[in-house]
Design a protein around this ligand. Sequence first.
Ligand SMILES: O=P(O)(O)OC[C@H]1O[C@](O)(COP(=O)(O)O)[C@@H](O)[C@@H]1O
Ligand SMILES: [Mg+2]
Ligand SMILES: [Mg+2]
Length: 340
Amino acid sequence: MDHAADANRTDLMTIMRFVLNEQSKHPESRGDFTILLSHIVLGCKFVCSAVNKAGLAKLIGLAGETNVQGEEQKKLDVLSNDVFVKALISSGRTCILVSEEDEEATFVEPSQRGRYVVVFDPLDGSSNIDCGVSIGTIFGIYMVKHSNEPTLDDVLQPGENMVAAGYCMYGSSCTFVLSTGVGVNGFTLDPSLGEFILTHPDIKIPKKGKIYSVNEGNAKNWDGPTAKYVEKCKFPKDGSSSKSLRYIGSMVADVHRTLLYGGIFLYPADKKSPNGKLRVLYEVFPMSFLMERAGGQAFTGKQRALELVPKNVHERSPIFLGSYDDVEEIKALYAAEVKE
Ligand SMILES: O=P(O)(O)OC[C@H]1O[C@](O)(COP(=O)(O)O)[C@@H](O)[C@@H]1O
Ligand SMILES: [Mg+2]
Ligand SMILES: [Mg+2]
């Protein structure tokens, strides 16, 4: 490494410096959010390190348990969940936690309680763990209404009430993407410093993209608008070029590529899964929040995704998210179906 050049990088913006700068814009702030975020970041670094040495440390394979969704839990799912639950509770800033891996919401003891609700998917893309393909962590943060008496209503809020959302992708590099409500910023972990550095300031998704991302193996069960949309991507009739298909099967990685390159990510409803597969609170909402803040859109097939009001913590929803113009097209197809 060129240390002289490194020393000259006076603009090195670490994620904590970034959040402290944001905090200073709100003189009334007590710094609670900054502390909460520092614990989430620490959890991500811990999981990143475990993911990197998974094959060596015998962390791949099944843990022998099944989670509430009936899915087999991988060892890394279990470990990541433990890491985030401990990191979040020990921040002293959380009140209620909802994890993909836990059946019920966790209400934090009054002595350790703070003002935030955190919903999270500790490890997204589990099916890609054993082959070393990109996986991630997704989170969304709400403010509790009354911290003295937290109830499930504090969790079952529409996504537009979130105060922040983000994800960390454990890929060829470890990337943390965050929105605290205005704009979206991306940070890359410098392993030699152990710090996330701002590398993707003010991310804006291209207005239209050249990529669609969907599990085409489910095509025989799709509804009309989804089938028509994918057909248009492959065989456009308006003279435009066809779109390329890219599908990793880890939402974090598929959404990250969509955010940076543009295009659309679809996990639609189908005849076998009328509510789709992805979970509203800790997959659909955080990613929809980020997409909208980056200038894109997120649609369920019926409505703007962030306006959904979940009725239970593990509820699922179809989701179409990405570039503004691409989502407009699928919205038009669903609107036309209603008129037919
Ligand atoms: O294999 P499929 O049905 O295409 O599903 C892929 C989707 O499932 C998920 O892996 C579900 O997430 P988990 O691994 O957290 O259960 C998403 O990341 C991804 O978008
Ligand atoms: Mg997931
Ligand atoms: Mg998961």
